[in-house]
Ligand binder design. Structure first.
Ligand code: PMP
Length: 346
């Protein structure tokens, strides 16, 4: 943990050891105590810093990566930013294959962090040679001395959290945690953290958060991949249209599904009640906690840790834009409140 007046060798020394912050207002009517593991305190502002640093350092240990080599991944999101940041400090080239659906802001951000970005057409199938999966695979095959992070299908994604997020939460709660609530995208965060916590105390209950439109919850319950579950949704980083091997379904007790609309409003509520400016999936995780409370999941002895994966600044043109919220039809009755909170002096 950072000490007072400590000076760091470089930004990577700040990865991990994020704070656990008690929620005092938004959960006040609920039974039990609620704490947020706020991953925005990582230097790249998300939990993906842990994964990027861990996977790259494992490759170095195995002698796969040497200075000047190349790291490749398919993402425009948090993982891309984290890999670019680690690559700068460690002297690697970073190639990111992203979908043409990615916002220009995100592409500019990755470019600023030194990544070489390939923008691939969004509306082609995954096995089309132009898809971002295929482009990344091809670049990996063609580039000598390259590592493909492949976060959805990489066991090291789970190990990164088993070795850091899990032990941190166990120590921060002095072993008193009763519930972990975390979103599942690749599944690395929830699986690695849950595995560690359940090894310490098998009674810790682990609840995953999934999106409507994703196959993950149904797969957990039936072990059936049901294509009929799939439809478009707006939350990024949560749920999936495939089954990632970076999810260990056996260490997760149950899943809760949340809507785009309620998650967006709950993210805004976290900012207003707790002063924590966090991302869309943090709203989703908190929304799941509200639903669990209503369903009677907690009692006065519950000590619940909710994982908040990233920072709100990445969502300025989405959930924190009144226009975007209005365009999605998310305001309706609340539109008036949003408009009144800004006063224009003429
Ligand atoms: N929230 C956000 C914003 C993310 O980018 C991700 C990663 N896809 C997650 C949650 C889920 O984390 P994980 O991939 O470890 O399941």
């Amino acid at each position: 943990m950072a000490q007072k007046n400590q000076v760091f060798d470089n930004v990577l020394d700040l990865v991990g050891n994020t704070p656990l912050i008690k929620l005092n207002t938004i959960t006040a009517p609920f039974k039990g105590e609620f704490y947020a593991k706020v991953e925005a305190f990582n230097p790249g502002h998300s939990s993906k810093d842990r994964v990027a640093l861990y996977i790259i350092e494992q490759a170095e240990k195995k002698g796969i990566l040497k200075p000047g080599d190349t790291i490749i991944e398919t993402t425009s999101g948090n993982t891309g930013f984290s890999i670019a940041m680690v690559s700068i400090i460690k002297g690697y080239d970073c190639i990111l294959a992203v979908s043409s659906k990615s916002s220009p802001d995100k592409i500019d951000m990755l470019k600023t962090m030194g990544a070489k970005v390939y923008v691939c057409p969004a509306h082609v199938s995954a096995d089309d040679p132009r898809s971002y999966y295929e482009v990344a695979k091809r670049l990996h095959e063609e580039t000598k001395g390259s590592v493909y992070i492949n976060q959805y299908f990489n066991q090291l994604n789970i190990d990164a959290h088993y070795n850091s997020t899990g032990p941190e939460i166990w120590e921060q709660t002095e072993g008193e945690i009763t519930h972990l609530v975390a979103c599942s995208g690749t599944g690395g965060t929830i699986s690695g953290t849950a595995k560690y916590l359940k090894e310490q105390n098998p009674n810790v209950k682990v609840i995953g958060v999934d999106a409507f439109g994703s196959v993950i919850k149904k797969y957990h319950e039936t072990r059936e991949f049901d294509e009929k579950e799939i439809y478009p949704y707006r939350i990024e980083g949560l749920g999936k249209n495939l089954i990632p091997t970076a999810t260990d379904f056996d260490v997760i007790d149950s899943f809760v599904k949340v809507t785009d609309e309620e998650s967006a409003h709950t993210a805004r509520e976290i900012a207003k009640t707790e002063g924590l400016f966090v991302g869309y999936t943090s709203g989703a995780a908190m929304q799941a906690v509200k639903q669990l409370e209503e369903a009677g999941e907690f009692d006065k002895n519950s000590k619940v840790v909710i994982l908040f994966p990233d920072h709100g600044s990445r969502y300025m043109s989405k959930i924190y834009s009144d226009k975007w919220m209005t365009d999605q039809g998310f305001f309706d009755s609340q539109n008036k409140v949003a408009a009144e909170s800004i006063q224009y002096i003429k």
